[in-house]
Design a protein around this ligand. Sequence first.
Ligand SMILES: Nc1nc2c(c(=O)[nH]1)N=C([C@H](O)[C@H](O)COP(=O)(O)OP(=O)(O)OP(=O)(O)O)CN2
Ligand SMILES: [Zn+2]
Length: 142
Amino acid sequence: MFILKNEIQFDMAHYLSGYEGKCKNIHGHRYRLIVKVASKTLHEGGQLRGMVDDFGNIKKVLKEIKEYFDHKLVLEDNEEGRKLADKLSELPNAFSILMLPYRTTAEEMSRHIYHMIKEKGINVREVELFETPTNSCIYMED
Ligand SMILES: Nc1nc2c(c(=O)[nH]1)N=C([C@H](O)[C@H](O)COP(=O)(O)OP(=O)(O)OP(=O)(O)O)CN2
Ligand SMILES: [Zn+2]
């Protein structure tokens, strides 16, 4: 089995809707995303000969993931999140807000990112998303 590993980091603000504790406040993280791409075999011909995939192809997809989340305020698309987004849109600052249909835990985000990568045709095996230097979630499927 061959496993390629690649990593990106991005900054994102969020809060956990319905959470009691300090994470109910808007706060930010420097997220660290580690992606593993696996294959039992290597390409036998052409540009990808001797490779699982081109590191460049993986890096291109991870760059898109970074751009999707980086420096955004990410809100859950529920009543509370929509109210906050409406309030912020009254201000002259053009805040970059991303509305997502889930609570932005490391678990939900890692599953979302896994599927974003898969949809781009990368044979992703697992993603590990660090929300803090010591807390991470690994998501994989059978
Ligand atoms: N299972 C999960 N638990 C928590 C998540 C999560 O995504 N999945 N997220 C949070 C918060 O977003 C929070 O920012 C991180 O929590 P915490 O462990 O408190 O992180 P800190 O490193 O800031 O903790 P310190 O005690 O201040 O060092 C909460 N839980
Ligand atoms: Zn948090």
